[in-house]
Design a protein around this ligand. Structure first.
Ligand code: GLU
Length: 420
């Protein structure tokens, strides 16, 4: 990641642009530029070898104007305050664009889960949860999984918080194991939402799904579920990648076989996968493939000034948060490449997190069919709203999404007015 790249500046740029079109004054959006609350914590952990290591962690609440802060916890070596700030702000606008009653927050710990044992990950999780406990809670701020964390981590967070409170608190985190009140369908929700977005954009463009050529960067939770559902939907996934590099096969990769290999062992990487007829490519090469749909499902700043001119895809569906730097956005626009923005296309995860929280609060259980149907309704109507507002303003889909989201957040702020 380049030193000068600051993802939070990216967010502010697009927010200001949308506010300008909406006719808001500088005062109307001034408070949105500053995260409401930031906490940095030190996390001492006794490692398996007996040594003590101190990890750095963050929880940042960008906005609570529309409801409690909501957003994931990232375990990754590149976690830093500007990244967490940007991720928190994206959550504010993501929750607003799909109109669920939350603000935005995000957290992270600087660590590499691939190099830690399960005991060490659990120890980090517990101490981190205790350190941010004053900020979180079902009515204040509700964490969830993100890059490098999963349902097991959420289960430990829920247990730690509950132990500190002295009673069981299901609604403090979402994306939990099902037996702890996790929602059916939550683990696949982000990828399922990406699939609905793909279907919606293909429908608008009059492109049949069958045989549509796709490349997916990232085989974490989001990338792998997206690959599975698109493969099942008849699209031809010709390339996938992870940290170890990518695979390409012109005739289409055998996604079920790849997913089976990856799920056998959490240490398995694509570099160790074998299939007849595959070519090994780099992540950079994957992004520049001549495909109909490019789906970045890894980290921020993957499409930037250094490669934007070389992108050949017709449509980019942002499954990761912030995969396109704003300078690259301008180039893609000139090249007529359509970008479906992250805050819309990857919102399925937080939408089903909302369903989980609603079920926890009411102590009820919905079926997986109910969850998936309700998710589809929200994703489809948010997509239509963004498409229509972008079209009527002759703007990109990203600007369209922010026109809706910024209006909802600013109007909520105005209705509350400034306290005291
Ligand atoms: N980490 C996911 C995201 O970036 C989900 C957040 C949540 O469910 O709260 O949208």
């Amino acid at each position: 990641m380049s030193k000068t790249y600051n993802p939070y500046d990216n967010v502010l740029k697009v927010v200001s642009e949308a506010a300008g079109i909406l006719g808001y004054s500088d005062s109307d959006i001034e408070a949105l530029k500053y995260p409401e609350r930031e906490l940095k914590v030190a996390i001492p952990v006794r490692m398996d070898d007996g040594s003590t290591k101190v990890f750095e962690g963050y929880r940042i609440q960008h906005s609570t104007s529309r409801g409690p802060a909501k957003g994931g916890i990232r375990f990754h070596p590149d976690v830093n305050p500007d990244e967490v700030r940007a991720l928190a702000a994206w959550m504010t606008f993501k929750c607003a664009v799909v109109n669920i009653p939350y603000g935005g927050g995000k957290g992270g710990v600087v660590c590499d889960p691939g190099k830690l044992s399960e005991d060490e990950i659990r120890a980090i999780t517990r101490r981190f949860t205790a350190a941010i406990a004053p900020l979180i809670g079902p009515e204040q701020d509700i964490p969830a999984p993100d890059v490098g964390t999963n349902a097991a981590v959420m289960g430990w967070m829920m247990d730690t918080y509950s132990m500190l409170k002295g009673h069981c608190v299901h609604g403090v985190v979402t994306g939990k194991p099902i037996e702890l009140g996790g929602a059916l369908g939550r683990s696949e929700a982000t990828g399922r939402g990406v699939m609905f977005t793909v279907k919606n954009v293909l429908k608008k463009k009059g492109i049949p799904a069958q045989g549509t050529i796709v490349a997916i960067q990232g085989m974490g939770n989001v990338g792998s579920v997206t690959a599975k559902l698109l493969y099942q939907g008849g699209l031809k996934v010709v390339a996938v990648s992870d940290v170890s590099g990518g695979l390409y096969k012109k005739e289409g990769l055998c996604i079920p076989q790849i997913l089976e290999y990856l799920s056998k062992d959490r240490k398995n990487l694509l570099s160790g996968y074998q299939e007849e007829g595959i070519t090994r490519i780099s992540n950079a090469e994957l992004l520049e493939l001549d495909v109909k749909l490019l789906i970045p499902a890894a980290l921020e700043n993957q499409i930037n000034l250094s490669n934007a001119k070389k992108i050949k895809a017709d449509i980019i569906i942002e499954a990761a948060n912030g995969p396109t730097a704003s300078e690259a956005d301008d180039i893609l626009k000139k090249k007529n490449i359509m970008v479906v923005p992250d805050i819309l296309s990857n919102a399925g995860g937080v939408v089903v997190s909302y369903f989980e929280w609603v079920q926890n609060i009411q102590s009820v259980n919905w079926t997986e069919e109910t969850v998936n149907e309700k998710l589809k309704d929200i994703m489809d109507s948010a997509f239509d709203a963004v498409w229509n507002i972008a079209e009527s303003n002759n703007a990109t889909l990203r600007t369209g999404a922010y026109l809706i989201a910024v209006k909802r957040v600013v109007d909520a702020k105005k209705a509350r007015a400034i306290w005291p």
